[in-house]
Design a protein around this ligand. Sequence first.
Ligand code: MGD
Ligand code: MGD
Ligand code: MO
Length: 765
Amino acid sequence: MGKRYTSSHWGIYEVEEAAGRPVLKGYHRDPDPSEIGLHFLTASQHRCRVVRPAVRESWLREGPGARTEGRGREPFVEVEWNEALDLIAQELERVRRTHGNASIFGGSYGWSSAGRFHHAQSQIHRFLNTIGGYVRHRDSYSIGAVQVFMRHVLAPMSELEFCHTTWPILRDHTRLFVAFGGLPIKNAQVSSGGAARHRVKEGIAAMAAAGCKFVNISPVRDNLVIDGVDVEWIPLRPNTDVALMLALAYVLETEGLADRSFLKRCTTGYEIVREYLIGGQDGTPKTPEWASNICGVPGERIRLLARQMQAQRTMMNVAWSLQRAVFGEQPYWGVILVASMLGQIGLPGGGFGVGYGMTNSIGSPERSLAGPTLPQGANPVREFIPVARIADLLLNPGTKFTYDGMEYTYPNIRFIYWAGGNPFHHHQDLNRLRSAWERPETIVVHEQVWTATAKRADIVLPVTTTLERNDISFANREGYLVAMRQIVEPNGEARDDYEIFSRLAERLGTQQAFTEDRNVEEWLKTLYEDARTKWGRAGVEAPSFNSFWEQGLFEVPREEVQRSMLEEFRRDPEANPLATPSGLIELYSSKIDLLGLPDCTGHVRWQEPPEWLGSEKAKSYPLHLLSDQPVRRLHSQLDHSDWSRRGKIADREAVFIHPDDARERGIRHGDVVMIHNERGRCLAGAHVSDVIMRGVVRLATGAWYDPDPDDDLEKHGNPNVLTLDTGSSGLSQGCSAQTCLVEISGPVADPPPVTAFEPPRFTTL
Ligand SMILES: Nc1nc2c(c(=O)[nH]1)N[C@H]1C(S)=C(S)[C@@H](COP(=O)(O)OP(=O)(O)OC[C@H]3O[C@@H](n4cnc5c(=O)[nH]c(N)nc54)[C@H](O)[C@@H]3O)O[C@H]1N2
Ligand SMILES: Nc1nc2c(c(=O)[nH]1)N[C@H]1C(S)=C(S)[C@@H](COP(=O)(O)OP(=O)(O)OC[C@H]3O[C@@H](n4cnc5c(=O)[nH]c(N)nc54)[C@H](O)[C@@H]3O)O[C@H]1N2
Ligand SMILES: [Mo]
């Protein structure tokens, strides 16, 4: 056997032996390996692992629906595997016979693990499809708003994400890079399915060395930092980028700097937007001074920026966080407007990006290929929710919601089956989710560790990590297929999700449909060979499965040609039309306008979000809370690792606060403070720093939700007890986590200890 590798969302790691035990090292061809993955192996032995199947006491004693308010409080009873599987199979049978499959929610949103066969979401969806289907989710928390919106005005995000202008082209051509939300190298540690060579740090450094200037437009400074290079930071109030973008457009229009020929050839609707810009619709010209009052950026800087962008090859980038907000579509429409007026879309190094720095794969010069994936089968159930509407679904069965121009009804959910995600980390307004979570009669969770979601289930089944099973990892445009050979034995009684669903399928009479009579090794081979055949047609010769498995990884040969996003379209929009109604970039969309939605009209528009620093509410809650992606983990994954815990302050997640805001509140660096608003309260450790602007605070996501059982105080610093749970708009219904005002008080004397990583209580019957 050759060298051993494993792969994770954080990267490829080499497996070596030290003192007779395996250790992980960064892949030697990775220029910037992520520290997160180095701690995967040790974390997988943590005592928060789920060891045996467990059932909530009242559910076991009294059956489905019993004392559902006890979820998260009551002890569990550990049971034998066969008993747990019998209970789940009987309950699935009861629910689908009595209430139909549209009463089973199998959303399972989450990243789970990098291996493509054991990918928990694919496994659970395939299983539920074989038993008659389930209510599913659509879209993602990542890009919920823009995913729905973008295809109407330009192109589907799924296409755009993988056709970004490559880093080498940016280096050779871009002279000015304007980053709304920065270029967070911390985020580019990951790619869903497996980052390979971490390229963003060196990509940015190479651009800077080639003379490109960077402007970071963001409430925080530290998400665009280049060693030895001055990056201009333009602080702006959260949720106000669209005002700034409109003012840039206003300057381009009124100073005669707009590229009329590009607007005419490649876009539609500019005249209508122009009316809005100059104040024809509402009597308010969108001048730099108008924008300055909203976003806090000096009018002169806005004016100058517009001229600078017009005078040289400029790439603009918008972080995904900007659309994880109420009216989240607007900054994206705004950047499309400004980029169209600059007329550089499709030119090397010009135009706009919608995700540089968000994951490692964006802007990668590697080939675009579809990798091995487990077929999920067909879902006969039509009902679905936009992913971030989970609490609405549970609280309001039978009520209507709008989505992408249609009206739908929330079904009545009795059974939640979750594998590979952590809603008590990822969802907004967790106190609201907590009441919603009491509604279903049965909740089953497959987990590796005792997450807050596992603790709030009726039946929890222990599953293996990728280190404990064989798998294949692949992420598009990462350039590698990795043979993830098992490194350690399964922890406790943990089983693979596949094994669990196979045993359930056996009980429910769908074993053949689910397993197709293949064991894991046969599946890996089949999925690999299927992908290899497809790749062969695309001119990529991959080795046979056996030699791939032996070698440990396969490096996909690179394409010779570098790419610029939308270059074909720009060259000849008639021959290469976009998939929009006009075939052009829609600066005005009659399709969206005709929907008559109040919160997403026919063109980009500034609207006051329900919570922002200029709102009435800021009088009681004067700080805007950003809950960004964490540096030392992936969401809630590996929060129990040493690496993540060493990043905490007084055991809690660090809340970044400006020195003046801290002083006004008597808060010092290292204090435990309380963050609160009318939705919830949590404790956090104060990190006093001027990397954040005044009036804004930042608490990363992913500290395991840890509410005190006797009141609603969250002890660990999970921002989602504070965030807003409303759809980004009636069009997209995306997640609105970044629209959130809070107040902070402190210091808190004698804070209660963090208990997030403790397993739940156990009892016997
Ligand atoms: N406030 C706020 N909230 C946010 C965001 C924000 O910016 N602000 N961002 C949102 C975004 S973009 C996202 S993507 C979500 C992320 O939210 P999630 O994807 O739900 O977060 P993860 O922590 O990755 O959850 C994955 C879970 O799967 C488990 N797991 C791993 N491997 C396996 C496996 O093989 N089998 C099984 N059964 N389980 C496994 C892990 O232990 C973990 O608990 O959070 C969203 N929430
Ligand atoms: N290490 C690590 N990396 C990750 C993840 C992780 O959990 N850990 N999660 C991955 C996932 S699932 C996703 S979806 C991506 C998400 O990628 P993003 O959503 O883009 O990431 P964030 O870190 O939330 O925010 C990026 C930047 O936007 C800034 N920002 C926030 N609000 C505003 C605003 O209103 N205006 C402006 N101009 N800037 C603003 C933030 O301060 C931050 O600097 O990250 C991925 N990368
Ligand atoms: Mo995400």
